[in-house]
Structures are given as C-alpha cells and as structure tokens.
Design a protein around this ligand. Structure first.
Ligand code: GLA
Length: 350
C-alpha cells in the first residue's frame, strides 16, 4: 500500500483582518511554507501520528470513533477524523508523519494548513470523494468543532485551499465569490515573526467575535457587512463602548481592502503602504488585538523604510508584514531584526 501525501500552505493576509466572520472582505496570498502529512493505512482503528515540528507531544495515538480532546495540536487531527465520521466518510486507522516548514502560532494560518493537509492525505488514502469546498468546510469544522473550539472564520482554510503564491485572492465572505488580484512587479513583502505565540482557542479571539455579534444584535442587523451602505457615525452613536470601536474597525477595514485592490491594480505601493499602516492602527486602537511586540516591529519596520507595516492574522502575537520595493524586503527585514530581539524573517512574498 503506497503512502498518501497531503500538502497545504500557510498564508499571509494582505489586508482585511477580523472581517471574515463579519461577512466581509479578505485578501490572502498563499505561502510556499506549509504542512505536509504522509499517511499509511493500518488494519485496525488506531491513529498514530509523529511530528518533527516544534510542538508537544511529538507522538500521539488515538482510536477512530473515540476521539478525546487533549488540548494539544493533535486535537485538530482528531477534529478532522471526527468531522469525516459525522459526514459518513469512512476512514480506518492510519500512521501519519507530519512535517512543517511553517512556524506554528505565528499568525500564518498553520492550524488550517495542518487540517487541510490531513484531509488531503486521508482523501487519497481512503479514496474519499471530497470537493475543494468540502475540504475547506471539514478543515474549518476541525477548528471550530468540539475539539478545538476556536470560533474562527473561513479565511485561513479558504486561503490554504484556493490561495495563490503569485497573486492575491480577494474573497467576499458574503457569497464566497473570489477575484484574483495581480501583484505589481514592484511589490515585495517581508513576513517577520515577533516570536510571541498566540492561542486563539483560549479566549480573546472568541471574545472579539462575540462582541461583533452583540453589536449586530444591538443594531438589528444580521452581520456588520450591512453597515457598508449606511451612515457609520449614526450606527456608532447607538453602540456602547467598546462595541463602537470594534464595529468601526470592521467597517473601515472592509473599505481598506477595496482601496488596497485599487492600489495594487495601479501599482501604487505608497498608497498600499498607507492602507497597511491604517489597518495596523485600527487593529491596535479599535480592535485591540495587537501587542507591544507587534507594535514595535511595525514601528521599527516603518522607521527602517518599510512603505507600510501591520500585524497579520488574528493578533495577540504572531507576525508582521513589512511592505518594500521588489528586491528590498530581505535587507529591510535584516535591518529591523538588528533592532528587535527574538524575531525572525519567515518569508519574502512573492
Ligand atoms: C485568524 C482566524 C481567521 C481570521 C483571522 C483574522 O487567522 O483563523 O478566521 O479571523 O484570524 O483576520
């Protein structure tokens, strides 16, 4: 029996943060870095997984149909086999090896990449007929279901499955429509890890999502996207603090995504940089998901000549994007890292 191999990439999101679960707009680019799962069928119902990634535990085993949470990374794999079981897809036991070139917990979509890579490997191993859309929703179910419990949106799974490395993908979460947005030839980004890890499942991320839902209830709308065509100030006046600031972030961030698409089309990097800076400010002051380390990295980045810089992903740790001209991102990152301890250049995009 040959091994089945599933690969899934991580992502950056150029702009459009915390908009996905508000029926909003996102603009991801897939990374070359990702997670690879190599799986081989067993003749019992045992799952054995080993990984070389920097996580604990390095080895896990459990029984299909008797998945029980241990609050480690392996819950995402359990989430996948549980989700497949619920959908009536037959999977037996398997041995799997997981390797990752993507740092975990760095705001680059590693959780979704792990789940998507597992689904892809199991699809091939057990001849499951799964569409790309089903892969997205099984991986998303593994993250949001009873094993992990992060109430995340669809950005990371959609980006991992449909994202491109050489172009950005504008996704409208209202109807899941997509549009490819070419990256100008002058465009380059450094992705710099702050070294501070985040854990979405435990807390603040879910709190932000709950705040958005509460604000929508308060305003009598289904999702914050409906505010796009309304008088924003009038809506904000009706909201208690901090819901008003949360809503202001989401609505202005959607507008920044639209403007970023225009700036990319015109090759206007200066304008794009200002939008990234605006996004960071809004995430820091209105949405309150930044950290002193992310703020410092972004500030040092601008000081060292980045055209714009912002935290990427959910926040509370993770990485920063620093916009540069083509050929200059690596040097920029090196200058930044001389002034920031514990960080590291993860990737240059594209
Ligand atoms: C995390 C979540 C995504 C998205 C981003 C913020 O990466 O998994 O669904 O909400 O945060 O944009």
């Amino acid at each position: 029996m040959p091994d089945a191999v599933g690969f899934a990439p991580g992502r950056i999101n150029l702009i459009g943060e915390h908009t996905d679960y508000n029926d909003g707009l996102v603009l991801p680019v897939a990374l070359k870095l990702g997670v690879t799962v190599t799986a081989r069928e067993r003749d019992d119902n045992t799952v054995r997984i080993v990984t070389d990634a920097d996580v604990a535990p390095r080895e896990v085993s459990y029984t299909i149909g008797r998945e029980a949470r241990d609050r480690s990374w392996a819950d995402r794999v359990r989430g996948v086999t549980d989700e497949l079981g619920v959908r009536g897809e037959y999977v037996a036991g398997f041995d799997a090896r997981i390797t990752s070139t993507l740092p975990l917990g760095a705001g680059l979509g590693s959780s979704a990449a792990l789940a998507v890579a597992v689904v892809r490997a199991l699809r091939d191993l057990f001849d499951l007929l799964l569409s790309e859309g089903e892969i997205v929703s099984i991986a998303h179910g593994a993250e949001t279901g009873r094993f992990v419990g992060a109430r995340s949106g669809l950005l990371d799974q959609l980006a991992s499955v449909h994202g491109r490395r050489d172009a950005a993908l504008l996704i409208d979460l209202r109807d899941l429509s997509t549009q490819l947005v070419e990256l100008p030839t002058t465009f380059e980004l450094a992705v710099i890890d702050s070294g501070v890890r985040h854990e979405h499942a435990t807390g603040d991320y879910n709190t932000r999502r709950a705040e958005c839902e509460e604000a929508a209830r308060h305003l009598g709308i289904v999702s914050l996207r409906e505010l796009e065509d309304r008088d924003l100030d009038a809506a904000l006046d009706r909201l208690p603090s901090p819901l008003d600031r949360r809503v202001r972030h989401v609505v202005t961030e959607n507008a920044r995504v639209r403007q970023a698409v225009i700036a990319l089309g015109e090759g206007d990097l200066a304008r794009l940089g200002k939008l990234l800076d605006g996004s960071h400010r809004s995430l820091r002051d209105d949405y309150e998901v930044s950290t002193p380390e992310l703020d410092r990295l972004a500030d040092v980045g601008r000081d060292e000549g980045a055209l714009g810089a912002r935290l990427v992903g959910g926040g509370f740790g993770g990485s920063v994007l620093a916009l540069a001209r083509r050929g200059e991102a690596k040097d920029l990152a090196e200058r930044v890292l001389r002034r920031y301890d514990g960080g590291r250049l993860i990737a240059v995009v594209p």
